[in-house]
Design a protein around this ligand. Structure first.
Ligand code: NCD
Length: 310
């Protein structure tokens, strides 16, 4: 059974296939409107979400399938102490595929070990968020026309921000990709990512404190929210939350064809005045999330069918 727990579960070829499929879905949505007729997607969300859960649900509905699930741990039997392993055993009998978001790193991996349906990690703690990364890759591919030879600036909470971790993991596999990591000292990327992904693969990167000075170099600026819910104390959050605020004066320093991306939700890190700049693509990016999730659901269900037949 094939699952999607980390971006590395997909080869570069498989990523490309998903992007090609998503682009065909964008061009010919009517060809896909009945592809998942009779199939059910379960959304198991133990942590808040707007885009990820609803774009998964929209994706399955667009494919002619149905959805079931819960949107908070409080409204599921997790509140009574049920384990993820037990929950997924039961859900496997109710649905054909599931997307799980959980505050604990590794919970979707544990679920996948006890599941007889494909499990998609929809965000596990401060660890990974592979379907956001698929969304990001489709956005970059659509709007820049390539995924290689790009300088990508990641700015904000690089310590707890799972979207950045998955993006670095995935983009490190393309030729000529360089990273500029912009964060306060306390919110730098985790050591494991630096040693096991960047250093191990000889990827060019630098870690800086100041956004203005690197703006002119960037092809993509990936802004992130300071992840309040992962802080151990509120004082640190308050001290760090407004470390970076992208506004029109900083945008003036960027290339004319730079993309500004953000997984959303935004708090203060991008001033709303930037929304009208044509380089600000975060709302478009959220839209692409539906198409790539359609491509992913189709692909994983197809694989599951093959593995059952084998
Ligand atoms: C992100 C997440 O949940 O990690 N949101 C999302 O899925 N688009 C980013 C965030 O919460 O800051």
């Amino acid at each position: 059974m094939r699952h999607l727990i980390s971006p590395q579960d997909l080869s570069v070829k498989e990523l490309e296939d998903l992007i090609v499929l998503a682009k065909d879905i964008i061009a010919n949505p009517e060809n896909y409107s009945e592809k998942c007729k009779g199939k059910k997607l379960a959304t198991l969300f133990y942590e808040p979400s707007t885009r990820t859960r609803l774009s998964f649900e929209a994706a399955m509905l667009n494919l002619g399938g149905s959805v079931l699930g819960f949107s908070s741990a409080d409204s599921s039997s997790a509140a009574k102490g049920e384990s993820v392993a037990d929950t997924i055993r039961v859900i496997s009998a109710y649905a054909d595929i599931c997307a799980m978001r959980h505050p604990k790193e590794g919970a979707p991996l544990v679920a996948s070990m006890h599941s007889s349906i494909p499990v998609i990690n929809a965000g596990d703690g401060g660890h990974n968020h592979p379907t956001q990364t698929l969304t990001d890759l489709l956005t970059i591919s659509q709007l820049k026309g390539r995924l290689d030879h790009l300088t990508i600036g990641c700015c904000g909470d690089l310590k707890f921000g799972r979207t950045v971790h998955s993006l670095i993991n995935a983009m490190s596999r393309y030729e000529g990709v360089k990273f500029v990591l912009i964060s306060p000292e306390e919110l730098k990327i985790p050591t494991y990512l630096r040693t096991e992904t960047l250093d191990e693969n000889g990827i060019e990167y630098k870690e800086v404190r100041n956004l203005e000075e690197v703006m002119p170099e960037l092809d993509v600026l990936y802004m992130t929210r300071v992840q309040r819910e992962r802080f151990f104390n509120e004082e640190d959050y308050i001290r760090l939350k407004d470390s970076f605020i992208l506004d029109n004066s900083k945008m003036k320093l960027g290339k004319p064809d730079m993309l500004v991306m953000h997984p959303l939700p935004r708090v203060n890190e991008i001033s709303t005045e930037v929304d009208n700049d044509p380089r600000a693509v975060y709302f478009k990016q959220a839209e692409y999330g539906v198409y790539i999730r359609m491509a992913l659901i189709l692909t994983l269900l197809e694989d599951a069918k093959k593995s059952k037949e084998a």
